[in-house]
Design a protein around this ligand. Structure first.
Ligand SMILES: CC(C)(COP(=O)(O)OP(=O)(O)OC[C@H]1O[C@@H](n2cnc3c(N)ncnc32)[C@H](O)[C@@H]1OP(=O)(O)O)[C@@H](O)C(=O)NCCC(=O)NCCS
Length: 151
């Protein structure tokens, strides 16, 4: 049975998963404590995500990851749908920033996000080494938004 828990203590216990989505621990430290961490269990831990409050109207998905062995099993989508319901009525919109990689953009677009804006050279300016996703070098950060009302 799938269970999703809000984790309030010892959030660093989930660092192995969080590092799959954001390879810099110092970047993770900037949002993990103030963020809400959700963990999905299905016969053991499979996936996590972190959401922060950005304003009265806006929250941001800072991290979402599933263990590599379990990619493509629907856990990421389940976690997204859970947080959409969880934050409906609390915020108007949810934002996510990601590398400019076609499959990850399509993952978010399939889940109702649409492209909002870009931060030019985010990955080249903020990380001390080149970042890649399946051989594609990440340069810009692409922001996508999704409405949380009206469903
Ligand atoms: C992003 C992530 C959380 C998605 O979770 P998931 O449980 O694998 O996603 P789902 O099974 O719900 O798949 C959703 C869709 O994305 C596609 N997809 C998932 N992983 C993919 C991959 N590595 N390559 C191509 N497509 C992929 C699936 O085909 C699926 O589409 P479908 O439903 O039409 O078949 C997971 O792939 C992951 O942990 N990736 C590494 C960390 C990361 O990059 N996080 C995002 C940072 S912004």
């Amino acid at each position: 049975m799938i269970e999703i828990k809000l984790i309030e203590n010892n959030k660093k216990d989930f660092l192995d998963l969080l590092l799959l989505a954001d390879e810099s621990e110092s970047m993770i430290d900037r949002y993990l404590e103030r963020g809400e961490l959700f963990a999905l269990y299905d016969n053991g831990l499979k996936s996590v995500c972190v959401v922060t409050r950005e304003s009265d109207e806006l929250c941001e998905l800072k991290n979402i990851a599933a263990y590599e062995k379990w990619h493509g099993h629907g856990y990421g989508t389940k976690l997204l749908n859970y947080i959409f319901s969880y934050y409906r009525g609390k915020y108007r919109e949810i934002l996510v920033g990601t590398g400019d990689s076609p499959w990850i953009l399509s993952f978010y677009q399939k889940n109702g996000f649409s492209i909002s804006h870009r931060l030019k050279n985010f990955f080249t300016d903020n990380y001390d080494h080149p970042m890649f996703d399946n051989d594609v070098q990440l340069v810009d950060m692409v922001y996508l938004k999704r409405d949380l009302q009206g469903e």
